[in-house]
Design a protein around this ligand. Structure first.
Ligand code: SF4
Length: 350
């Protein structure tokens, strides 16, 4: 164990935040917390963790739930493939592993949606197995402490840090060490203005010694963002509204939104009503535009969604509804699993 590891562990014992998934040793709940906390702040994730553990206290209970119920409980957290994969993996555990959470790294890593990071976190925290966890916090801390200038968002940079993390991982209590280094990244070695004065490993830190804390880590920032223009057509008829069950490989699979005309760039409502798609949709009925929402921007990891919602009233149902669409009672829309963008619109306009 390196000299500074002792200091780090001591700091962790005193400074660690109390969280419901800490110190429990239950691999299912540790897994749940890890999946929830990917791309989610602790405060927000906490509520979701409590809701899930209350409704599904065991992995077999989660496996027995319907995908819709799992997505509904997940609603608002985003990155819905996490919930679908977790549900799928729970079913795998219920059948292939007879309801017992696997206890070795390879079997954990083989579960759907479980990558190197999550497998290492569960293995080390629940079973004390010696696997280093490398998340965004750990990449940043090691890049600074060890003075690694290879971009941390490149495969080469990740590999370098992952190897270093493996060498530095102590044999004793690797799970606690993994949590300590992540906690240091969250509380002390933050992306901007790290609190080096309070840092337990300041003396060993390359970036601090060389005044490079604002230069490291380096990122190439090559993530490509796809920009999309979604013109939602919210069709109501009496007390009913038409919603769409999303399928296929696109975002929000399994969740619900509305019929949509996607365009290459932003278009005005005047232009949209002249489009082929609009004319096809309303070929047999006369639409009355009741309302056009403000423009919404919604950011996903690799997509920027520009959306607006055109609320339409029709007096008789469409002859044929677009693929995946169903009529539901408008007041029951809250029962459906809705992406945050749709939920935001409904809260304001419904
Ligand atoms: S000294 Fe500063 S830069 Fe170095 S690990 Fe600590 S907080 Fe991060």
């Amino acid at each position: 164990m390196s000299d500074w590891s002792h200091k780090l562990l001591k700091w962790y014992e005193i400074n660690k935040r109390e969280m419901p998934w800490r110190g429990i040793g239950d691999p299912y709940k540790i897994w749940l917390s890890e999946v929830i906390l990917q791309q989610t702040r602790v405060n927000q994730g906490w509520n979701y963790y409590n809701r899930f553990t209350e409704k599904y206290p065991t992995v077999t209970k989660l496996a027995a739930a319907s995908e819709h119920d799992v997505l509904k409980l997940w609603q608002g957290l985003g990155y819905y493939s996490r919930a679908r994969n977790m549900h799928h993996a729970a079913k795998e555990i219920a059948t292939k592993h007879k309801g017992k959470f696997p206890a070795d790294y390879e079997s954990i890593r083989a579960l759907k949606g479980v990558g190197d990071y999550t497998a290492a976190a569960i293995s080390s925290i629940a079973y004390n197995l010696p696997y280093p966890v490398v998340d965004g916090n750990v990449l940043r801390v090691y890049s600074r402490v060890l003075g690694i200038s290879t971009p941390i968002d490149s495969n080469e940079g990740k590999k370098k840090i992952w190897e270093a993390a493996g060498e530095l991982l102590p044999d004793k209590n690797p799970g606690t060490y993994n949590q300590a280094i992540m906690e240091l990244g969250s509380l002390c070695c933050t992306p901007k203005n790290p609190n080096c004065e309070e840092c337990p490993i300041q003396a060993a830190c390359y970036a601090f010694t060389h005044k490079l804390t604002d230069k490291l880590p380096i990122k190439t920032g090559k993530t490509k963002v796809r920009e999309r223009y979604l013109n939602y057509v919210v069709i109501t008829c009496g007390t009913k509204v038409l919603i769409r069950h999303r399928q296929g490989k696109d975002i929000w699979k399994g969740m619900y939104d509305f019929a949509c005309i996607e365009t290459e760039k932003a278009v005005s409502t005047e232009k949209l009503v002249k489009s082929k798609e609009w004319k096809e949709l309303f070929a047999t009925t006369k639409p009355v535009i009741e309302q056009v929402s403000e423009a919404y921007t919604h950011i996903l990891s690799h997509q920027k969604l520009n959306a607006n919602f055109i609320q339409i009233k029709i007096s008789k149902p469409l002859k044929t509804v677009p693929e995946g669409c169903i009529w539901i009672e408008k007041k029951k829309i809250d029962k459906y699993a809705l992406p945050r963008l749709i939920d935001n619109y409904i809260s304001k306009y419904f």
